[in-house]
Design a protein. Structure first.
Length: 78
């Protein structure tokens, strides 16, 4: 009998503008990690451009929820 592998969750990437440093990335990460079901947040910082933020969660998140968290951190989805 084979044991099923647990689901790795749902990963979605977003482009976020306005981040310029590690502190910016940490602020966005903190707000997104506070969302229910979020397992992991990875930020590929592009200072002065649109950074890629990948969110892995138990269930898909609506863009409105992600936008609200990013806005709370002081940034915008591109």
């Amino acid at each position: 009998m084979t044991t099923p592998t647990p689901s790795s969750g749902h990963s979605t990437s977003y482009r976020v503008t306005g981040m310029t440093c590690g502190h910016c990335a940490a602020s966005v990460t903190e707000e997104l990690e506070a969302l229910t079901g979020v397992r992991e947040v990875q930020v590929e910082l592009v200072a002065g451009g649109a950074s890629t933020v990948t969110v892995t969660s138990d269930q898909p998140l609506t863009e409105d929820v992600v936008q609200a968290a990013v806005t709370e951190a002081g940034y915008q989805l591109a």
